[in-house]
Design a protein around this ligand. Sequence first.
Ligand SMILES: [Zn+2]
Length: 293
Amino acid sequence: MSMIQRFGVLGGILSLAWMFSVSALAATPTDVAPPTMVEHTLPKPIIRGEWVQGAVLIGQIAPVDSIEFMGRELSIDPDGYFVIGLGRDYPTKARLKVSLNGESEAFDYTVKQRSYEIQRIEGVPKQTVNPDPEHLSRIRAEAAAARRARKADTKHQYYRQPFQWPLEGPITGVYGSQRYYNGEPRRPHFGVDVAAPTGTVVVAPVDGVVTLAHDNMFFSGGTLIVDHGHGLSSSFIHLSKILVAEGAIVKQGQPIAEVGATGRVTGPHLDWRMNWYDQRVDPQTLVPEMSRP
Ligand SMILES: [Zn+2]
């Protein structure tokens, strides 16, 4: 059973516990022992996952008016679930602000800092390391389209499902690495790379809605973005073929694309990236170990 499945069970027990404590209080208010120490008066968020840079954390909370994180009011499901993501360089201190009936309370957390690998990649097509100026407007337009797709703020609850690998195989690149292409420093790598021959099927890691399907972007080649709800999305890049259309609902395990070597690559592999809105997060914080490494 995965951590998220366990959390589902735990969450169920906790919601029962809330209902129970509310009715117990209503029935026999004088029998309740006074708390020895009151730390928080508002409902405390329960967070599943580790506070570490790149993490996707699933939370649950008893009914409140709002939760804020990084200046953003979070979407909360009717049964109290929410998701947050920590970027690659998230600082040490994180805070959730919970509000109810005009009162607010802060919950503070310490975020573990990671040290990232340095990866040097040679033999990348020159054009994709230093693009001609004539390609810049295309590059900008594609980046804007991808940003729009990842900004989707939907109420879907797919993010609560336990994730599976979209493809299993040798991992050849990890989240956060500082990259040098043909010796030149470029932006860090934000995905997890899984090597596989061109044409290998990629499946949906959980359910979602396709928000972008593009045959050939300048850097990312064949690009597919799937929204899992509450700002959490997956991007699959360097694809040779996309099997689903924008707007389609995909189910976990459904074939959605085929591996390719399109865009800035040296060979065929799947690059799976995840975003929480504009924060790039680490897909490996959501999946179990591969069943066949
Ligand atoms: Zn990659």
